[in-house]
Design a protein around this ligand. Sequence first.
Ligand SMILES: [Zn+2]
Ligand SMILES: [Zn+2]
Length: 430
Amino acid sequence: VRGPAAEVVADRRDLHAHPETAWTEFRTTARVVQRLRALGYRVRYGREVVREQARMGVPEAAALEAAWERAAAEGADPALLEAMRGGFTGCVGELEGAAGPGPTVALRFDIDALPVTEADAAAGHRPAREGFASRHPGAMHACGHDGHTAMGLGVAAALAAARARMAGRVRLVFQPAEEGTRGAAAMVAAGVLEGVQDLLCVHLGAQSHVSGEVLPGVTGFLATTKLDAEFLGKEAHAGLAPEEGRSALVAAAFAAVGLHALPRHSEGNSRVNVGVLRAGSGRNVVAGQAQLLFELRGETTAVVDYLERQAAAVVAGAAAMYGVEHRLRRAGAAPSASSDPALMALVARVAEATPGVRRVGEPCRAGASDDAATMMAAVQAAGGRATYVIIGSELPSGHHTPRFDIDEAVLPIGVGVLAGTALELLGAHP
Ligand SMILES: [Zn+2]
Ligand SMILES: [Zn+2]
């Protein structure tokens, strides 16, 4: 089988076999840059599209370097890699239409994988059975971003082929570090969305597990903030001199309970979760250090800002109770956002006419958070419009699990709906 649909599937499988987690998408970015260039796009990457200080949740230098060297060993272009060294992944490609002036339409695709160990063939997992399972131990495309990136390349090709009819320009944003809502803010801060009238974002499967179904938008992304707290106490012999110790573990434990008991805000629903508590070194040692990783979510950005202030007080208070030092660091954040009705209507109209689409559903409640909301809110705040399109997909297992897989038959549907909508916005009716 040849043709655009086969190419999107081949790209997805190549990316699936080489998953790269947040801020280490070196090989992935290099491949996207080369493909966009070959299609005639002007491509920016490295520090030009990622502002250093606005990055959140960046891995340790050693982990970044190991991933960078792995990408080099896998044959990624050295010149491209050099610009990304230290975790400056992601890229932006722009193509000017040849039919005169018009709007700037942006499409955003997230490219990162997750720290999940992929299931094997014995578990009946298709990528393993068919030879394209992860070759990177401990990393897996378990959220479908391999499919998103592949669809982005498919859209790039479709728009390049229609360039003569396009009035205005398209900007394709390949975003790193979506997981943990860590990457979008750094791209926004670097100005990648400046001048954008319409922004299209996409996810496979999430709120629709029906292949052939398309949901034109999402309402009520939850705002979220991810925080890392560190407690630094003082080790001591638990029998001989406990009074000389300061237990970071006990402080962190009280903080965990206090965080789950945060007073809520009347303006909207919220969620709190302490997901990780690591502390101590031995049974008979007063614990000298502890880490606590937690997240806050809320219906509005104001609710989460309120929770974040309360959380800071709880962490500081628990540290003070036991006389330990503490540090609190933001590891990720995204605002609330909703799709624009007029843009959703256009997506729905295009989807109705897209081959393979069997049903166009209603906009859905998000019930979760996504880094795309950072970009949607940025475009909307500047007077533009944005939506987040769900391309339905049957799933053998849920997102973020070791047996996750997508129905590859829906990839061309995503390409058709997104490219078709962009072309409508650029006056180049498909
Ligand atoms: Zn995910
Ligand atoms: Zn995702």
